[in-house]
Write a protein that binds this ligand. Structure first.
Ligand SMILES: [Zn+2]
Length: 218
């Protein structure tokens, strides 16, 4: 299996690739297009992507190629490496090395911290959006659950992010240790939202990206 087939077989969507590039995708699956001067989200991203503004379109590999200015093969290799996908190249190239065991404690912390930061920032972004978007229109109108969630969590998440950004190392280490579990919950919450579940209502299929890691077993 070459790298293109491996990426395809692992079902890496344009959406996953774009999110990995740091692109924010809203609940309707739209994002601000990184390929033209876009103010409002004009790009629809799902399995593939299409920009209603500039007409860019393609799949995960096209997205990464365009975003980083890479050739398609380089882009596919990058995705394989970022998502931990193994493959056998036609020319017998070895799969990307598995790096899991060799991480030092410092590297592990750095990774965990980065992940915390990424998840919390993404979540805060959603909360801020919900707070505006779902604010009650009338004083005695019913409150949207997402608006309530935003009110409830926003300060807390901002506080955690503040610590990650500004606190000295020992405090950050403590935070990552104490809140790691909770951050995973936020991550699942984000995945629910990304999956378009209305308000994330109780849909939990218990698969933590199983498709992405399947290739590691080879
Ligand atoms: Zn565009």
């Amino acid at each position: 299996m070459n790298v293109f087939e491996a990426v395809r077989e692992n079902g890496i969507t344009a959406r996953q690739a774009a999110e990995y590039c740091g692109i924010k995708i809203n609940r309707s699956g739209m994002a601000v297009c990184p390929f033209h001067k876009d103010k409002n989200p004009s790009m629809k991203i799902d399995n593939r992507y299409y920009c209603f503004g500039c007409g860019e379109r393609g799949d995960a590999i096209d997205f990464v190629a365009k975003y980083y200015g890479l050739g398609k093969k380089e882009a596919a290799l990058r995705i394989a490496s970022d998502f931990g996908i193994s493959f056998e190249d036609n020319r017998g190239r070895k799969p990307p090395p598995k790096r899991k065991r060799k991480l030092s404690p410092e590297q592990r912390f750095e990774r965990a911290e980065k992940k915390c930061f990424r998840v919390l920032s993404d979540y805060l972004c959603c909360l801020r959006q919900w707070k505006e978007q779902y604010a009650p229109q009338e004083p005695d109108g019913e409150w949207n659950p997402l608006f309530c969630e935003a009110l409830e969590k926003k300060d807390y998440i901002e506080y955690l992010l503040d610590v990650l950004l500004c606190a000295p190392l020992p405090e950050r280490v403590q935070l990552v240790a104490d809140y790691g579990e909770e951050v995973l919950k936020f991550e699942r919450r984000l995945e629910q939202c990304a999956a378009g579940a209305e308000g994330g209502a109780g849909k939990d299929n218990g698969e933590n990206g199983a498709g992405v890691t399947a290739g590691n077993m080879v």
